[in-house]
Design a protein around this ligand. Structure first.
Ligand code: FAD
Length: 451
């Protein structure tokens, strides 16, 4: 039977692990549970924000950044509760992996500078035109398949690994007809994401979000966590998750926080704001969920609308008819059935803070612009995007036992591995999802190749 140097399970971030490993001369098999991962994995659904600290795109714009500055931002956002080893490894590798994707795979990165994500002290997020993960993954997949870099099997699930004398010797996979087989290999990378689609695991480890609408991949069933635990892996931060407070109630698309970071704000069904939106979209999911009807309205104007059209998902939201437009704030209040005096007062407050004539009662430091008629409102609901905790790994993405020793040949990346967002939802910084997915997959490939 054919033996592989590496079996990669999961073709989101795992895809770059498979490509890198093949480029380094390894015989690789990539499997994915989905028949159509390009359209179903979490990575494809993203706004495509990939953070790199000290990249050449930052240098071109005179932005000073480094892994140390980035790590500090991560630690500040997590109130120093983030995973130190993972944070260091990922901030250190961020430039290498994303510059390699540009040079070797032709990814047309652009530095996002038109608005600033909460918690990043400098602009460091890279994205591609259209700003969607699928627009990164699709072309990379084409490069990999055109070059026949590795073997690939769709509709094939990793269900276990075989470990003999402390070393991985096979991956156990389940085919779409339910049959199982062992594939001989010394190394398995679990890049199968977290357990957002597994209600039982959510109830067990992350009750806070077990009843919130889930907006991630339906294939995120938590198999990596279960396989890891079965073989004695340590795990951590299982209560950590990325939420989002801006899913269109109408279209179920991502409206995006660019609406807020350009000066928009959110009111509840009573027409009132209920917090500092600029703290972050992840923690705002639970805050929005506490409002009557678990929904709110993002209030914007035409300039914010036009700035947001850089995002494909926002464009989809607009095209769905989810935005209510009105020529005055009073007409907008009537159109969305909130009290006119309350909504008008919120606009006046935003303008006063913007003009430096008052302080926001929730502590929001900036409303980036004065909103001008016509005004728009988009009804939003909160969502769980993905879970952040997982099996413990070292700086090479090797899975660790509870005592800290390495399970030889077992690797984890992305939502399968322990994350860098601390606990709960408020430690999440934009990019904390994709960096562990791509960074750890890349590090795993290098580690296997150098063994
Ligand atoms: C709408 C949205 C927007 C987001 N925007 C951003 C952003 O801009 N920046 C950011 O950093 N993060 C973002 N995130 C978070 C991001 O999606 C995840 O953190 C990241 O994609 C996880 O990558 P992954 O490789 O671990 O998982 P995935 O991309 O989901 O890949 C896992 C793959 O494994 C497959 N699979 C699952 N189980 C098995 C199994 N047992 N065997 C074989 N295959 C299996 C799945 O089918 C899937 O293809 C966003 C999330 C959502 C929902």
């Amino acid at each position: 039977m054919e033996k592989y140097d590496l079996v990669v399970a999961g073709a989101g971030g795992g895809l770059v692990g498979a490509i890198k490993a093949a480029q380094l001369g390894l015989k690789v098999l990539l499997i994915d549970a989905s028949p159509d991962f390009i359209n179903t994995c979490n990575t494809s659904m993203t706004s495509g924000m990939f953070p790199a600290s000290g990249s050449r795109w930052q240098k071109e714009k005179g932005i000073v950044d480094s892994p140390e500055i980035f790590a500090k931002d991560i630690m500040k956002k997590t109130k120093n509760s983030g995973h130190v080893v993972a944070t260091k490894a990922l901030t250190n590798v961020s430039v290498e992996v994303f510059e390699w994707m540009a040079d070797s795979l032709g990814v047309p990165w652009e530095l996002v500078t038109d608005f600033h994500y909460p918690g990043h002290s400098v602009d460091r997020c890279l994205s591609v035109p259209g700003r969607m993960g699928q627009l990164v993954l699709g072309p990379i997949w084409k490069v990999a398949s055109d070059q026949k870099l590795f073997d690939f099997r769709a509709s094939t699930r990793l269900v276990d690994v075989v470990i003999k004398d402390g070393q991985v010797v096979a991956a156990v996979v389940e085919n779409s007809d339910g049959s199982q087989e062992e594939i001989a290999t010394d190394n398995v990378l679990m890049a199968t994401n977290g357990y957002g689609a597994n209600q039982k695991l959510l109830a067990e480890h992350n009750e806070e979000v077990s009843y919130i609408y889930y907006h991630g991949s339906r294939y995120s069933k938590g198999e990596a966590l279960q396989i890891g635990i079965k073989h004695g892996a340590g795990y951590g931060y299982l209560d950590s998750y990325q939420g989002h407070a801006a899913i269109s109630s109408h279209a179920k698309t991502l409206v995006g926080w660019t609406t807020i970071m350009q000066g928009g704000f959110i009111v509840n069904s009573g027409g009132e704001r209920f917090g500092d939106e600029s703290a972050g979209y992840s923690e705002y999911a639970a805050i929005l969920n506490d409002q009557k009807g678990n929904t709110g309205w993002i209030v914007i104007d035409k300039a914010i609308h036009e700035g947001s059209l850089l995002f494909k998902e926002y464009e989809n939201t607009a095209a769905s008819g989810a935005i209510v437009w009105a020529d005055s704030i009073e007409e907008l209040a009537t159109a969305i059935a909130v009290p006119v005096d309350k909504l008008t007062a919120e606009l006046d407050n935003a303008h006063a803070v913007h003009d430096g004539k008052g302080q926001d009662r929730f502590g929001r430091k900036a409303f980036e612009k004065r909103l001008q008629a016509p005004f728009g409102a988009i009804k939003v609901r909160p969502a769980l995007f993905h879970t952040q905790g997982g099996v413990q790994v070292n700086a090479d993405a090797q899975v660790l036992r509870e005592d800290g020793s390495v399970i030889k040949g077992l690797y984890a990346a992305g939502g399968a591995a322990v994350g860098i967002s601390g606990h709960g939802s408020d430690g999440y910084l934009a990019g904390n999802g994709l960096l562990p997915a791509f960074g750890f997959a890349y590090l795993a490939a290098k580690s296997v190749a150098s063994a």
